[in-house]
Design a protein around this ligand. Sequence first.
Ligand code: FCA
Length: 339
Amino acid sequence: MKNFLLPLLCAGALLALPACAKKAATSPGSASAPEKKIQIGYLVKQPEEPWFQFEWKGATAAGAQHDFEVVKLGVTDGEKVMSAIDNLAAMGAQGFVICTPDVRLGPAIMNRAQQAGLKVITVDDQLVAGDGKFMTSVPYLGMSATQIGRDVGTELFREMQHRGWKAEDTGLCTVTFEELDTARARTDGAIAALKDAGFPASRIFKGAQKTTDIPGSFAAANIVLTQHPTVKHWLICALNDTGVLGAVRAMEDRGFTAENVIGIGINGTDCIDELRKSKPTGFFGSMLVSAPQEGFRTAELLHQWIATGVAPPPDTRTAGIFITRDNFEQVLKKEGIIP
Ligand code: FCA
């Protein structure tokens, strides 16, 4: 764990990933005939989000290390996913990693991929079948969502106590996106940890985001704020940094500041500018998960699967570490997320 931030939970067991430098999965080929490099696609649902740009960066680094090519594609809707798969097949790619814009596209994605003979690994958002169950036959790597959510709740409570806020003056603004399992597990985890710590259930308020961007979380938080005008201090949790950032902005519009807001995000990649602001805001901190390492590892596993036939582990989970204004530069540097 020294040279690798994130312990990974794989099939329920805690293990440390090998360092990025390890393992030389070689392309099949010989000294004589030069062969075309293995190509893989890396498809992400929100290419504008720094999280996914850092995943791409990690995947590209894996390609440079193991000598394969990564085709980066933004797939913001189902149609784009399907044409991306067709294009990858046409260019001779042999597989792709995907964070899908809609997990219910699972069966359609897998049909198309299988017809084209492409191997698939899912990252972040696990595919769901027609019966609503996870498609566990497709290898998956993603966050330990419940645990990371619990960590958010624990830190929110700790900071609230540190500031001496009374529960009766405080509210939890939970920006939710419950149709996505990893999102629901994160906010449920935060709520569970707060309740376990003694935060009253009656002070927990939810606002659903329709879209997982700043306007979506801004609108969701606004509804919560309108419904609960007497709350003096706010705690905020959401599925990710963007969810918390929208809520912080909505609170600022109503006069709340860093003094009476504690928001803790998840990702740690989408709050760098916020934490760098000269004056603190209500965005107190984030659970950092290493997007470059997720990108590196999924690309590496897919390449290995294609090159050597060794299938990836079915289910790998990443953990998070808490960053605030006090330590984020240092931690992000150490993780290679910022120079
Ligand atoms: C989901 C979220 C992303 C990131 C990822 C790990 O896909 O939308 O922001 O948190 O999980």
